[in-house]
Design a protein around this ligand. Sequence first.
Ligand SMILES: CC(C)(COP(=O)(O)OP(=O)(O)OC[C@H]1O[C@@H](n2cnc3c(N)ncnc32)[C@H](O)[C@@H]1OP(=O)(O)O)[C@@H](O)C(=O)NCCC(=O)NCCS
Length: 169
Amino acid sequence: MEHQIIKLPPQDFYKKCSDIWDTVKHEQFAKQFEQELYSGNRIAYIYQIDGENIAEISIVFDTDDPDYTIEKKRAYISHLVVKHEYRRKGIGRELVRFIIDKAVEMGYKELSIGVDLNNYPAIKLYVDCGFDKVIFIGKDEQGEYLKLLKIISPREEVKINDSQSIYNR
Ligand SMILES: CC(C)(COP(=O)(O)OP(=O)(O)OC[C@H]1O[C@@H](n2cnc3c(N)ncnc32)[C@H](O)[C@@H]1OP(=O)(O)O)[C@@H](O)C(=O)NCCC(=O)NCCS
């Protein structure tokens, strides 16, 4: 089985994401998602196996919540979903690692995520991936949730002589 992670072109949003989640039932969110793709505020990646759309993850750069995004410093992971029959195979973890690498490449220092307090699989996954700071515990109309943070800034390399180097801690 061949798998790949592709960047989602905005014009393919409905075609590809409808394979993964119900864009009709979640119409309002789907519209916001598409708008953000077109504006460049969101980049989404699709995990494909043999060309089939299996999972997705996004990075969002600007939200109205300073816990989630800080310009050029903190970005937000949004909408990680793996199709039911493909769960527990390591795809979620691979996508989280992938998006962390992308955020580092883009120069971000921190990544945030919001997760429902009763979503144990997702909390376990994020904590395992280093989202080890709880910056908020609260409640909204959808229930109790956490905001988690991961510091992703690469450690600076310090030269100690011409042939050796160590890393700052
Ligand atoms: C959360 C979700 C993305 C995880 O994706 P996944 O591909 O199944 O996750 P992985 O197989 O990579 O699992 C990685 C780790 O997460 C944890 N985990 C994932 N699913 C779990 C479950 N059902 N129960 C307990 N731990 C779980 C485990 O620690 C797992 O590592 P392990 O398999 O070595 O024990 C998936 O369950 C999903 O799409 N859920 C619905 C959408 C959702 O809730 N998204 C998160 C929104 S914040």
